[in-house]
Each structure stands twice: as C-alpha cells, then as structure tokens.
Design a protein around this ligand. Structure first.
Ligand code: UN1
Length: 516
C-alpha cells in the first residue's frame, strides 16, 4: 500500500500560518505577495510571499551601510550580546522554526530541529568569539618599535543562501558577521522565503530586547531581500558590499565569483560537492553501514555534503554492498512529518527530473541501478518522493563526476589504496570526504598531503553532518570559501598591520638611509 501523508495541503497551510504568526511574522507578508511557496510534502502552495522591489533593495543596502558605520564602533563583546539574545530566541522557538523548516523544505523532524540547533550552536560560538577577535604582535627589526595586527569590521556582508539549509547557513554567516562588526543583507533562496521571514522576525525580537537593555543597534543592521535572482545580482554588484558569502551550485558560483572579482570585492563561495567515502578492508562494517546510510540518504540526498561516491574494497564488497542494498530497499520514504520516516521528498519536480536524467545516463554507461523510482504518497500527487538509488557502476565517468542534488549513491569497487585516492580526487569538486578503516596507515594517509584533497576529510564518520566548531568549506569547484568555526571569522574582517615607533629616532626598514 502507498504510504500516506496525513498532512494534507490545507492542514499544512494552516499550520504554516499558525507557526509564522507565532514566530512574529505579519500575515500580509506571506499571504498577499507574488512569490508562491510550495511545500515539497504535498507539492501544493502554502504561501504567497511579498517580494522586495529592486528600488527598495537598493535602499535597504544603503541603510545597511549606514548601520555598519555605527555598529563597527560598538565594542565586540557588546555586539556578541545581540547574538546571545538571538540564540535565546532560537532556543525558545526551536520547535516552531524546526517544524517550519520541515514544512518548507521537507526535512524529517530531527533534521528540521537539527538545523535550528546548528543556528544555536553558531550563536554560542560567535558570542565567545566576540571576546576572542585577536591580532598578533610581531617582532620588528627596529628598536623601540612595535608591530601588530588589528582586525577591523569590514562592511555590509551579503549572504546568499540555498534552499537545503534555508536558515542554518545564513546563521553561520550572520552570527560571525555581526560580532565582527558588520551589517548583513540576506538574499535567501526563492524556494524558502517563509523560514527566512521567520528567522528575520526572531532576529528583530532579539534586536528589540537588545535595545531595551540599553544596547546600540542601528536601524537597518540586518536586512532581508525576498525575491528573484535580480536581487542577488544587485547585492553582488553593489559598491557598498565588500563581501558576499554565497552558498549554492557551482553554476551560481561561476556567475557570482567573477562579478565580485571585477570590483575586487571578497567572496566566500560554498558551492557543489561530490563527496566520496572509501570502505577499506578493515572497516567496521556495522558502523560503516550506518555512516553511509545517513550520509547518502539523509536529507533525501540534498546536502552539499551528501555522500555521492562510494569506493568499496574488493575484499569486503560482497559482504558490504548487499547489506547496503537492503538498507536502500527498506528505508522509510514518506512524509517527513510522520514518525519513522527517514527520507522525505525532493524539493521539486526539477530535482526529480535531474535525478532521473542522471540515472538514465548511468544506465547508458552500463550501471546496475537499485531504487530511484518515484513513490506515490497518498494526498501528495504533486510531490516528488523517490526511493534512494544505489548505482553499481564500473568506472567514474559521466554522471558520477557531477553533483546531482538527489539521493543517488554511485558504488565502485577498488583494490589498491593509491589508485583509489587518485580516483577520489579526480572529480572537479572538493568539499567533503571520508575513509572507513581501522588501519592507522590508511587513515593517516587519507588525511595527509597526498590523501583527500577536500576541505573536510573524516575517518570512520560519513562526509555530512559537520559540527560548527570547524571551518566549513571546500576546494576546487566547491569554491574555496570557509565559513562557521575555527578562524573563518577572519574573512569577515579587514586586517591592518600597524607599526608604532615609540623612540626618538626614525630608523628605516631594510637599512635604507634617507637623511634630509
Ligand atoms: C549544506 O548542505 O549546504 O555538514 C550545509 C553538514 C551540515 C551543513 C551542510 N552541517 O552536512
């Protein structure tokens, strides 16, 4: 029997309305607009969001620039207090916002909540960071001189986010940018304006509390640009926006990167991934099975960190791959709002068609395809549910070299570690990677300079589901940007090298003589 979705569209629209008003969003902003929002759970429209005109967007960016000039003078730990209050709003509203993420993006409940938890985590991190924005003091060659680095606020930070992490990725950028003394302007995905409105409303609440408690938050500190690609372009081309952090496809990055470079603006690019895992002869296969299943099928394959290529050693292939196939055949696909579901819907029909196109190309290349078919869910004829696809393929060609944002796992057999490392690194993308092994030499080789060429390399953990404490991002066509933890904050500030002479003479560097 077809799985059922008890959550019919009417109920979802009503629920979204209840959640949005509860989170402080004005009803007119999501019922009286022109941007239709579909829930992927049923494929039906649950909101019509008001878009920002290009003229209004320009005003908002100008206001954000004016706000920056005030905000940069607020001491960083006080800026951290605003982010702390925002984190409190998120804690208090985790259930509601997480549920709205599930409705708008189709994530299962724990992943919707997990996304909000990731926002809370980055707020905590940023609050601590607000007392840790430090520069070096560097030895100078001149007597009675001191050389040091100062880190200063940079300016308006543009944030372009994708549908699949509609609010967490904004939070990574927003929390850091704000403690760094920047104002922020956000262009969310056109597919996810509801969660953007809700997040902005929670942020506004934190701002109100901050001001009530005597904080100095200038108007226009955080703006939201809901609308189409033209608004993103406006942000990218705006002379008063020195940094744009953009998450999305490599195609998007190719459009954004050169435009920013043209005006010497900074870019943090978080683009496509084509993440692989190696299952080595000594791998703990029970652990590997769970790690692979979550990384490849979780979020219906719609994470930039999703596991897409699996290299299995020939000595364990026949014991491991059949188990994995059984997991693929039995994983619960259906409405993400129902308990027990692990794989929710694809975001839309275009994602479904891209998935089918990749599977057809794999088939033409001689692959054996298990799963991948559309699943009918009662009450959701316009939605796109699929059984995740496990594709056994001989060579890494065609669709295996591309990122298809859907649950397709290409499985290949290998015999030699050096050869598989070469294959591992042979794709254009370089975001995340894993090896499953209990052999110390293999694990360390994978993490070494001749190992994985990705920004994230893991041992005995899948490539997805990173914590916020580490720097997040990848190499090659993934764009090279780093967000979130470690010292990623430095990209949001400008560095000044200061040399101070506290003596009475003026020695010149490099022994230069210039006596007038
Ligand atoms: C993304 O898919 O754009 O590591 C971000 C992860 C999450 C973030 C993914 N923490 O899978």
């Amino acid at each position: 029997a077809a799985p059922q979705t008890q959550a019919h569209t009417a109920d979802l629209a009503t629920e979204a309305d209840r959640l949005l008003t509860g989170l402080g969003v004005s009803r007119a902003s999501y019922t009286e607009g022109t941007l239709a929002v579909q829930t992927p759970i049923t494929g039906k429209i649950v909101g019509k969001v008001r878009e920002v005109s290009a003229a209004d967007a320009a005003v908002l960016i100008a206001k954000a620039h004016a706000a920056f000039q005030v905000w940069r003078l607020v001491p960083a730990p006080k800026r951290g207090e605003l982010v702390r209050l925002f984190g409190e709003e998120l804690r208090a509203n985790k259930q509601a916002l997480g549920r709205l993420v599930s409705i708008e993006v189709g994530k299962i409940a724990s992943e919707g909540l997990g996304e909000v938890q990731e926002m809370i985590d980055i707020c905590d991190f940023a609050v601590g960071l607000s007392r840790q924005l430090y520069g070096l003091t560097i030895a100078t060659e001149r007597g009675e001189h001191r050389m040091m680095e100062s880190w200063h606020p940079l300016g308006v930070t543009g944030i372009i986010s994708a549908f699949n992490f509609p609010v967490a990725v904004w939070a990574w950028n927003a929390a850091l940018a704000l403690v760094c003394g920047n104002s922020i302007v956000w262009k969310p995905s056109e597919k996810t304006p509801l969660t953007a409105l809700a997040t902005q409303a929670l942020f506004d609440r934190a701002l109100t509390r901050f001001t009530k408690e005597g904080g100095r938050a200038p108007a226009g500190l955080a703006a939201l640009l809901i609308g189409g690609r033209d608004l993103g372009e406006l942000l990218v081309d705006h002379a008063k926006v020195p940094l744009v952090s953009a998450t999305g496809s490599t195609a998007m990055g190719r459009a954004v990167g050169p435009r920013l470079a043209k005006r010497f603006a900074r870019a943090i690019l978080e683009l496509g991934g084509n993440n692989a895992a190696i299952v080595a002869p000594t791998a703990d296969l029970d652990l590997t099975l769970r790690g692979v299943a979550f990384a490849a099928m979780g979020t219906a394959g719609q994470r930039c960190t999703t596991l897409r290529r699996l290299f299995v050693h020939e000595s364990v292939y026949d014991s491991f791959v059949p188990r994995l196939k059984r997991a693929y055949a039995s994983v619960a696909v259906g409405s993400p709002l129902e308990a027990g579901t692990l794989v929710g819907p694809l975001i839309d029909g275009a994602a479904y068609r891209a998935m089918q196109g990749a599977l057809e190309a794999a088939k033409a290349a001689g692959a054996a395809i298990h799963g991948g078919e559309r699943i009918a869910v009662e009450g959701a004829a316009d939605a796109h549910y699929v059984r995740p696809a496990l594709v056994e393929i001989a060579a890494q060609t065609g669709p295996v070299e591309q990122e298809t944002f859907a649950p397709i796992l290409y499985v290949m057999k290998y015999s030699d570690l050096d050869a598989v490392l070469e294959l591992h690194n042979a794709v254009p993308q370089g975001l995340s990677s894993s090896i499953f092994t209990n052999d110390l030499r293999e694990a360390e080789t994978f993490l070494s300079a001749r190992g994985s060429d990705c920004g994230i390399a893991n041992v005995n953990i899948g490539p997805s589901g990173a914590e916020i404490g580490g720097a997040f991002g990848g190499e090659k066509e993934t764009g090279g940007g780093r967000e979130s933890g470690s010292d990623a904050w430095k990209a949001y500030m400008r560095r000044a090298t200061n040399t101070i002479n506290y003596g009475r003479t003026l020695p010149l560097a490099q022994g230069v003589k210039f006596d007038v």
